[in-house]
Design a protein. Structure first.
Length: 233
């Protein structure tokens, strides 16, 4: 699952990278984004105008609590997602993902592996090589509150991880290239079989993974040092 990510870009960088034509006031440069917080989303309106908006991270489906991820393999089988595939696709800006790698303590180098005891998982920051800012495939829904306010919630589309990363990170977000983002946001494209080709995992060689402070475990902690590489003893 993807339950934490960073966005080390300001509004001007987001506007340029995603070719935003209209945007609303929202917070950028986030270093430890957690579920149920507000996140920026890029979407096209019915006229094809590219908008930078915000949404609550986590849907409210009847079958799951705070659905922050959506399995790309089951999108068509759930009416809840099928509706959003037709008219609620978005791109979620990101500069890096967080994952937690299980470490082991070797009290004795000659000790058998199965006898080593586990220790606290190590927080890792996962970036896309050569892409300090990228877009993840997302889905969103909108509704009116009883007070008449427009509310919006979003989820991140995920696929199985590949390579060595899959040993400690079961699923990863779908990272879109330029063509993928254009198709995903195009309001007139409703054929999911056409879009499915864009829902592929990144290969390990496309990623840079490095250890960061376990302070990111605390979702209330948000500072630039969350994404700073640390040296392990």
């Amino acid at each position: 699952m993807c339950t934490r990510f960073s966005l080390a870009s300001d509004i001007s960088e987001l506007k340029q990278h995603f070719r935003i034509e209209k945007h609303f006031a929202l917070d950028a440069k986030r270093y430890n984004i957690a579920p149920i917080q507000s996140i920026p989303v890029v979407r096209n309106d019915r006229q094809g105008v590219r908008i930078l908006d915000e949404a609550r991270w986590g849907l409210f489906p009847f079958w799951a609590k705070d659905s922050v991820n959506a399995d790309a393999g089951t999108l068509e089988s759930k009416p809840f997602f099928k509706r959003m595939l037709a008219s609620g696709r978005c791109i979620i800006p990101c500069s890096g993902l967080y994952g937690w790698e299980q470490q082991e303590v070797y009290n004795n180098p000659r000790q058998r592996r199965e006898e080593n005891r586990p220790r606290q998982p190590r927080a890792m920051h996962i970036q896309v090589q050569g892409r300090p800012l990228f877009g993840m495939a997302g889905l969103y829904e909108e509704w009116r509150t009883p007070e008449g306010r427009l509310a919006r919630a979003a989820t991140i589309v995920t696929v199985p991880a590949s390579g060595a990363l899959s040993q400690w990170q079961e699923r990863v977000p779908v990272v879109m290239d330029e063509e993928g983002m254009e198709d995903w946001l195009h309001p007139s494209i409703r054929d999911f079989s056409f879009l499915r080709r864009h829902l592929q995992p990144l290969e390990p060689f496309q990623l840079r993974i490095y250890p960061v402070s376990n302070a990111v475990d605390d979702e209330q902690y948000e500072a630039p040092d969350c994404i700073k590489e640390i040296q392990l003893a």
